[in-house]
Design a protein around this ligand. Structure first.
Ligand code: AMP
Ligand code: MG
Length: 308
């Protein structure tokens, strides 16, 4: 839709970069133009605390004292680490918030990516293990057991940020909006005509704009993880950015993408990453704990799966 059309139809829109992606908010019943500033400020704060790239973030400071002691961190970061550890345990380590060294070894989507040797993978995998995180709830401190270990909230932080954006919008009286933080979609209320939002799930390997399916959602998160956004191709093989902590390599569960629908964006974010690693048979039972459901596109697109 052109800007002039949006103004005419009363839609207010904001797009801004943060958390390594482009974030978009569209509000159909905007009353206060400062609402976007509030959301951008909050998301910037989340990034400042949780980014693995900013040297002074909570995540970087935990890394700097890995093997040596605890780092005092913000309450938000503390709670998100707690949540991430919960999903790491729930998924039996398929989602693992300590994969940062392995993510850097492959550097997929960060520096173009390269295929590490078997010994590099084995050495780096020794640094992974969510059980090596220790936390102190009374003082909001966290530590990692061994030097070289590091956290990566990349699989869950955008979901948290989307929930926070949703909270701010609702508290400001917004009843009809869509938040899209790099594939983490949060629907607020319903369309102005009272119908549920229709969210198109892209076919990961068709021309841009071709949909695999259209989901209906109201006050729900719709979060997609897949191997088609960040990847490199070497010798005809596609290496994508979601890694399997068991093999140390890009996950190969037979899924091309998985979309989780549920009440919480942060939960749906962690679950979609976990399901992409685990595949539907092992992953689907995890959804019940979060009251979520999933749609999965399998490697032969003729098998499009839907689970409740
Ligand atoms: P998402 O797009 O939410 O599925 O998250 C992918 C991002 O999560 C990657 O770019 C990594 O930063 C991180 N990541 C990759 N593999 C895993 C994993 N198995 N568990 C947790 N985080 C991961
Ligand atoms: Mg995720």
């Amino acid at each position: 839709m052109k800007d002039s059309d949006k103004a005419a139809s009363g839609i207010a829109e904001k797009t801004f970069p943060a958390l390594g992606t482009l974030n978009n908010i569209r509000i159909w019943d905007a009353r206060d133009s400062r609402i976007f500033d509030k959301v951008v400020q909050r998301v910037t704060e989340i990034e400042r605390r949780m980014s693995a790239f900013l040297p002074d973030s909570d995540i970087s400071r935990i890394r700097a004292c890995a093997g040596r002691g605890f780092a005092a961190i913000g309450e938000d970061t503390f709670r998100l680490i707690q949540k991430a550890v919960g999903f790491s345990a729930l998924s039996d380590g398929a989602f693992d918030v300590t994969l940062r060294p392995l993510v850097e070894l492959w550097s997929i989507g960060e520096n173009g990516g390269r295929i590490p040797s078997d010994s590099e993978i084995a050495e780096t995998l020794c640094l992974a293990g969510y059980r090596d995180i220790e936390i102190r709830e009374d003082s909001f401190e966290a530590s990692l057991k061994s030097p070289g270990q590091a956290l990566d909230l990349g699989g869950i932080a955008k979901g948290f940020a989307a929930d926070e954006a949703g909270r701010i919008l609702r508290e400001s009286g917004v009843r009809s909006a869509i938040v899209n933080f790099g594939g983490n979609i949060l629907t607020i209320g319903e369309k102005p005509d009272g119908q549920p939002w229709k969210i198109g799930i892209l076919n990961p390997f068709a021309a841009r704009g071709r949909h695999l399916c259209i989901l209906e959602a109201s006050d729900e998160a719709v979060v997609t993880s897949g191997g088609s956004e960040q990847f490199f191709i070497k010798d005809g093989i596609r290496y994508h950015h979601i890694l399997d902590p068991r093999s140390g390599r890009p996950a190969q569960s037979g899924l091309l993408s998985v979309t989780v629908v549920g009440p919480s964006s942060v939960d749906a974010d962690a679950l979609s990453t976990a399901l992409f690693v685990l595949g539907p048979e092992k992953g689907i039972p995890l959804l019940r704990t979060a009251g979520a459901e999933a749609r999965c596109a399998s490697s032969s697109l003729s098998r499009f799966l839907s689970f409740a």
